[in-house]
Design a protein around this ligand. Structure first.
Ligand SMILES: [Ca+2]
Length: 483
């Protein structure tokens, strides 16, 4: 059985036709949904890039894999599904953004063609070598992602929240590079034991698709998504004022950002369509297991916010999850049970017939979960959610939130301190504490294995040269040096 995993970064769950969005055009991903299972209540274990990806691969929550931050590593002894599949004889390959530390860390992918967005990976990956060879720089992305350039960014960047058409030609944009690498990798598949994980950098900010995707949507014609409010909530601003200042967001600016965000997703969808076509041409489509998902979501106007890094509201912590099984089993079905991205590893192990000890559920059956759990900030900010209630527990007690999702699905009315919910808050707090308990069995395993923390580059790459080269291109674009 062949496996193709397609991961986006920061894809809000309702920004797909298959999840009911009235405006966005995602015909290819929608066709996967028609041939697969659509999960309506799918959550990431942590709405932060690297922790979420480690959870995806290991089937563990961050408090168990300990990769809490975007520059964290994890112990080399932890099982991952790519490692298990490789041991069984699978040819394993990763293309695009993995966001590992070290950049080319071996977590089970024998081959890696990487395109990274931030951290040291940006100067060590294959995509930026490609850009250098082409004499190009991803100026909009550097402007948004590198603090020193961001501080020098022009007013237009701040006014638009970085939603600006890419300076790159379509064919050199990261989405196209990753998509083309994926198509090349699919073309190299032989036999019936291939695992390819394709991970796009987008639609993560900056919302900078190249033309023509940047012009695909008319901002004035878009439907504002559920949860938009005219003003910020005080408790949200207290938690985090935003990568851009949430309080000064306006509807016209949000609309423009949505148009470019949707364009980024449609550009990804175009490559999903080409991957499906490639598999069909090989006669492999029906028998390939295909997953479409994201590492976390995006507010996109929810509670007057953009991007991420605030409370674990649903648009941030829910993720699209489409599972197309071999033989298109259960095609077109929709599931509302509570699932997590820690369920991916056990599901793939079961489907490939590999014995495993992953903790999560097999997604081919109803999870039976009463609660789904997620955590960030070393567990100081954690979420426990049932179908009808949601607790967001922040260590600083008076910042915790509780929502009655039956009466308040858009998480507008915090009832954490209301007398009538006191017993439920207490019961869910106890349940959350249980979910947050570290599995002590992992201590011994981790004591025996090595925590790989050095920021080792790929052999043959020269991060310093890349750093200097991109700094020079930014100077030509009007930016001062980084240091
Ligand atoms: Ca991310």
């Amino acid at each position: 059985m062949n496996i193709l995993i397609i991961m986006a970064d920061q894809h809000r769950i309702d920004c797909l036709g298959a999840y009911g969005n009235p405006d966005i055009r995602t015909p290819a991903i929608d066709s996967l949904a028609a041939d697969g299972i659509v999960f309506e209540n799918s959550f990431c274990a942590s709405p932060v890039c690297t922790p979420s990806r480690y959870s995806f691969l290991t089937g563990l929550y961050p408090h168990d894999h300990l990769g809490w931050g975007n520059t964290s590593s994890i112990h080399s002894g932890l099982p991952t599904f790519p490692k298990l599949l490789r041991e069984k004889g699978y040819k394993t390959k990763a293309v695009g953004k993995m966001h590992f530390t070290p950049t080319y860390y071996d977590l089970g992918f024998s081959e890696m063609q990487l395109a990274e967005q931030n951290g040291p990976g940006r100067y060590e990956d294959d995509y930026h070598v490609y850009l250098m060879e082409r004499g190009l720089a991803d100026v909009n992305d550097l402007e948004d992602q590198v603090k020193e350039y961001r501080e020098q960014a022009p007013p237009h960047y701040w006014e638009s929240r970085g939603a600006i058409e890419s300076n790159l030609p379509e064919s050199d944009h990261s989405t196209a590079w990753i998509g083309e690498q994926a198509l090349t990798a699919l073309g190299q598949w032989e036999g019936d034991d291939n695992l390819l994980m394709v991970s796009f950098i987008k639609p993560h900010h900056p919302f900078d698709p190249p033309a023509p995707w940047s012009r695909m949507y008319d901002p004035d014609q878009l439907t504002i998504l559920p949860g938009w409010t005219e003003e910020s909530f005080t408790h949200d601003l207290r938690m985090n004022q935003g990568f851009f200042d949430h309080s000064t967001l306006t509807e016209p600016v949000l609309r423009k950002a949505m148009a470019l965000y949707y364009g980024s997703i449609s550009q990804i969808d175009d490559y999903v369509g080409r991957m499906i076509a490639a598999l069909r041409a090989q006669g492999r489509y029906d028998d390939t297991l295909i997953i479409y998902t994201s590492d976390h979501g995006e507010y996109l106007g929810f509670h007057h916010m953009l991007l991420k890094s605030n409370y674990m509201y649903d648009p941030l912590v829910k993720v699209p999850l489409i599972l197309k099984l071999p033989g298109n089993v259960a095609a077109g079905s929709r599931r509302d049970d509570l699932v997590s991205n820690i369920d991916i590893a056990p599901t793939l192990a079961v489907q490939a017939g590999v014995p495993h000890s992953f903790r999560g559920c097999d997604l081919t059956r109803p999870s039976g979960r009463d609660y789904v759990y997620a955590e960030i900030n070393r567990g100081n900010h954690a979420m426990l959610r049932s179908h009808t209630r949601k607790l967001i527990r922040v260590r600083n007690q008076d910042m915790s939130l509780f929502f009655d999702l039956e009466n308040d699905p858009l998480e507008m009315h915090n009832v954490y301190s209301e007398e009538s919910y006191r017993a439920e808050v207490a019961a869910m707090t106890a349940e959350l504490e249980r979910a947050a308990q570290r599995d002590s069995a992992l201590d011994e395993l981790e004591a025996q294995s090595k925590a790989v923390t050095e920021l080792a580059g790929k052999a043959g790459k020269d991060p310093e040269a890349a750093y200097r080269w991109f700094d020079e291109r930014m100077k030509q674009a009007g930016y001062g040096p980084r240091s």
